[in-house]
Design a protein around this ligand. Structure first.
Ligand SMILES: Cc1ncc(C[n+]2csc(CCOP(=O)(O)OP(=O)(O)O)c2C)c(N)n1
Length: 327
């Protein structure tokens, strides 16, 4: 499958937007502007960008505690995202959800999720709903290697396969669950082999190669839309930062400097930039301009968030329960 040049540029733009947004969060977090936790996705951008580029606006995603990349790739707006991270009333969850709970039902973002493995059954529910409503909507479900040990993983893959639900399970294997390496929490190397037990296709891809991710996701989405059932895609990748921004030495206590540096050499964004330039798909000048445009969009989002008000104390118990008839 040949990918059109426009698509390649789109993948690049999405990855860069995720990277620059999160690089800004590093600074804002250090300055105390972002309350709560921030689990950054830097290094893993190719997974969200590659998968979400194969989805339509009315398709769904479920996300994780490391969700900024997924929601940006699905089309979340930076202003309410940033405001949510700042805990402000103008945020996606009126400032009460923070970094881990960004949702936008209008564009199929069913919520980032602080519960490890919590998005898996939600994705199955969305798949079941699409089937019952007779639509051809697909749900992409992101989760980590650590979460693939949760009961929710096994139950969800079982049910999705049994009912041939239109779900694409995307395992982001970044090698660690907090500080526990994959070798210490799983007896297997490739999580994709677990697909065999659920009678669905399971594939391993280089999660730092956005083109490879896109191609495999495209196949899985086509299968799901054709009502042929779910697929498990395991993307081998790495997070450059610590588990969250408070992780000492960026996770340097349980990872070697050499390991981190070796993965930085495989930067998904630099890899695609090189291809775009070498194959004369885009001029270097344009890439620099793009970076500036995105940074300006982020500046506007920071300004919006900074100038927004915090929710009032009286609003503390609002939106805890949905009222009857409320959408
Ligand atoms: C049900 C549940 N158990 C434990 C936790 C604490 N916790 C937060 S993140 C995390 C590790 C998740 O690892 P993984 O799924 O590989 O995602 P990654 O952080 O590597 O992206 C754990 C155990 C949680 N949030 N939810």
């Amino acid at each position: 499958m040949d990918i059109k040049n426009d698509r390649l540029c789109g993948l690049y733009t999405t990855m860069l937007k995720i990277r620059l947004f999160e690089e800004r969060i590093i600074d804002l977090y250090a300055r105390g502007m972002v309350p709560g936790l921030a689990h950054l996705y830097i290094g893993e951008e190719a997974v969200a960008a590659g998968v979400c580029a194969t989805l339509r606006e009315d398709d769904y995603i479920t996300s994780t505690h490391r969700g900024h990349g997924h929601v940006i790739a699905k089309g979340a707006e930076l202003n309410p995202m940033m405001a949510e991270l700042f805990g402000k009333k103008s945020g996606y969850c009126k400032g009460k959800g923070g970094s881990m709970h960004i949702a936008d039902m209008a564009i199929g973002i069913l919520g980032a999720n602080g519960i490890a493995g919590g998005g898996l059954p939600i994705a199955v529910g969305a798949g079941m709903s699409a089937k019952w409503r007779g639509t051809d909507q697909v749900t992409a479900c992101f989760f980590g290697d650590g979460s693939s040990n949760n009961g929710t993983f096994h139950e969800s893959l079982n049910l999705a396969s049994l009912h041939k639900l239109p779900v694409v399970f995307v395992c982001e294997n970044n090698g660690y669950g907090i500080s526990v390496s994959q070798e210490m929490h799983q007896p297997i190397k490739d999580i994709a082999i677990r697909a065999i037990g659920f009678d669905m296709p399971g594939v391993v891809v280089d999660g730092n190669d956005v083109i490879e991710v896109y191609k495999e996701a495209e196949k899985a989405v086509r299968r799901a839309r054709a009502k042929e059932g779910p697929t498990l895609i395991e993307c081998k990748t790495y997070r450059w930062r610590g588990h969250h921004e408070g992780d000492p030495n960026q996770g340097g206590r349980y990872r070697t400097k050499e390991e981190i540096e070796a993965w930085k050499e495989k930067d998904p964004i630099k890899r695609l930039a090189q291809k775009l330039i070498v194959e004369k798909i885009i001029l270097k000048k344009r890439l620099t301009a793009l970076e500036q445009e995105i940074n300006e969009e982020i500046d506007r989002a920071v300004d919006f968030a900074d100038k927004s008000a915090f929710p009032a104390m009286e609003a503390l118990y609002e939106d805890v329960y949905v009222q009857e008839g409320e959408k």
